[in-house]
Ligand binder design. Structure first.
Ligand code: NDP
Length: 483
């Protein structure tokens, strides 16, 4: 018998009208728990309380806010093993990646703890005599955070930590596929010295409770990470209330491998970038743009590497690739394998459902060759452990192919040629550029985001996050003449 995990509404843990079960994608017989689904009334109540809590929180001294964020981050880092195990169990990424994600999420909180002390503004003299100007940033108000399942703890943390740092309240709707990680994080936050209702957890389906949240005039800003269609729908809802939005969406990242590349490095970057997290990363290298003069050698090593990858239970020692997250995701992935065949791509390995000792959503990493950049498999985000090799005849063609996409989150080049590396860094049309590094894997103290369909609104992370989570106030002060 499992206790149902509850929503955190207006500072209280409360049951919902219904609940859902959460099962381990590595082993469907493992029931992680039951999770309450928030009702519309609960959402409205928590939004009301969030408004009051936000005013109280904004009035806290900066060291008091610092202490709260530092305590959350430190506890997450200290409990990375335990919480990372829970994350890997519900999402399916290998344990080491789960632990790493929780530790990194803790770092977002400790980084923004320090930022609470560094909230500098600008000062200026007025063009009018005797008047001074003070420009400072104030909180936006109540922020809705809507997060995806693929990085259930990190994505939410890189939104919640800056939201709190800059004095806002948070109403969080996590992905319903990964509610356990959300409850674990909110349990930590709820124990801190914060006003009642400053942070709310509203679990439920995006199409119902999520939609109600983004339509609410009580929300001042929405930070969303997820798919392009859902992001566009959220933007339409938000504009009705002139609610500020920030959206990180999908991508179709390319890794360009040049004829002068260190081939072993290129293969290891491609394997990690394409199959890490079972390919379910917005930064995954799903397009491998390879110079034709090294194409065959590269492909031979890539296929050997893909075949050697150990697919298995996320919590089992030695697993390099866990299952995909759900039956729906697996069937979408297999449909892309069929589409690739119909488009004329050649599957050299993988791309199959795997039967393992435990019943789960296992799939072997797949490599396609003979692809071109016009095929749908190279234009649509598959979010699958599938990599497509696109041959090119020159550096110029490689750069053209890399940039020929509706997306633009990350782009990478593997080369030993400084001139190419420099030209690529300056001309790749993406938010992040990687030189001799995987397309996936970013830091927490610098901006993160993309171009085109990948992102909309101000960047996340680092000090740039202040642009979204604050509103600028310009004060004019005439102090008069001292007597
Ligand atoms: P979805 O867009 O389906 O869902 C994202 C979140 O939005 C979930 O919490 C979902 O709820 C919620 N949601 C769905 N419909 C609505 C709605 N109408 N109103 C409000 N909220 C809603 O994406 P996934 O969770 O399936 O994540 C995978 C996608 O996210 C991929 O395309 C991936 O590239 C992208 N992504 C982008 C990243 C980036 O930084 N650019 C990072 C990570 C992922 P629920 O699922 O519970 O119904």
């Amino acid at each position: 018998m499992h206790d149902t995990k509850l929503n955190y509404i207006a500072g209280e843990w409360v049951a919902g009208a219904t609940e859902i079960e959460n099962r381990n994608p590595s082993d469907l017989s493992d029931l992680i728990g039951m999770f309450a689904q928030a009702t519309p009334d609960q959402l409205d109540a928590t939004l009301e309380q969030a408004r009051q809590a936000q005013a109280e929180w904004a009035a806290y001294g900066i060291e008091r806010k610092y202490n709260v964020l530092m305590a959350i981050g430190t506890e997450m880092m200290n409990r990375a093993e335990e919480l990372g195990t829970l994350l890997a169990r519900e999402e399916g990424k290998p344990l080491a990646e789960g632990k790493g994600e929780v530790y990194r999420a803790g770092q977002f909180f400790t980084y923004y703890a320090a930022e609470t002390l560094r909230q500098m503004g600008d000062t200026a003299d007025s063009v009018r005599d005797g008047i001074e100007i003070d420009v400072r940033r104030e909180p936006v108000g109540v922020v809705a955070v809507i997060s995806p399942w693929n990085f259930p703890t990190a994505t939410a943390s890189w939104k919640i930590a800056p939201a709190l740092c800059y004095g806002n309240a948070v109403v969080w709707k996590p992905a319903n596929v990964t509610p356990a990680s959300a409850v674990a994080l909110v349990e930590i936050i709820a124990r801190q010295d914060i006003p009642k209702g400053l942070v709310s957890l509203v679990m439920g389906a995006g199409s119902s409770i999520g939609q109600r949240l983004v339509e609410s005039p009580k929300v001042n800003a929405i930070s969303f990470t997820g798919s392009v269609p859902v992001g566009k729908g959220i933007a339409v809802s938000a504009i009705q209330n002139l609610t500020r939005v920030q959206m990180e969406m999908g991508s179709k990242n390319a890794l360009a491998v040049m004829d002068d590349a260190d081939l072993d490095l290129a293969v290891s970057l491609a394997l990690g970038g394409a199959f890490g997290g079972s390919g379910q990363k917005c930064t995954a290298s799903s397009r491998l743009v390879v110079h034709q003069s090294i194409h065959d050698q590269f492909v031979e090593k890539l296929v050997l590497g893909a075949k050697a990858m150990k697919v298995g239970h996320a919590l089992e020692a030695g697993t390099q690739m866990g299952p995909v997250v759900s039956e729906q995701q697996l069937s979408e992935n297999l449909a892309y394998v069929d589409l690739a065949a119909s488009e004329g791509a050649e599957l050299l390995c993988g791309g199959q459902r795997l039967e393992m000792a435990t019943d789960g959503y296992y799939m072997s990493p797949g490599v396609f060759v003979g692809t071109n950049n016009d095929m749908r498999i190279n234009r649509e985000e598959m979010f699958a452990p599938l990599a497509c090799v696109i041959p090119v005849a020159s550096y110029d063609e490689a750069l053209h192919v890399v940039n020929d996409t509706n997306f633009g989150l990350t782009a990478g080049i593997v080369t030993t040629n400084l001139a190419r590396a420099t030209h690529f860094r300056r001309n790749a049309q993406s938010g992040c550029v990687m030189v001799n590094l995987p397309t996936a894997g970013t830091d927490y103290h610098v901006p993160f985001g993309g171009r085109g369909d990948s992102s909309y609104g101000p960047r996340e992370q680092g000090r740039t996050a202040a642009e979204f989570y604050t509103i600028v106030k310009t004060a004019y002060i005439s102090s008069g003449t001292p007597t």
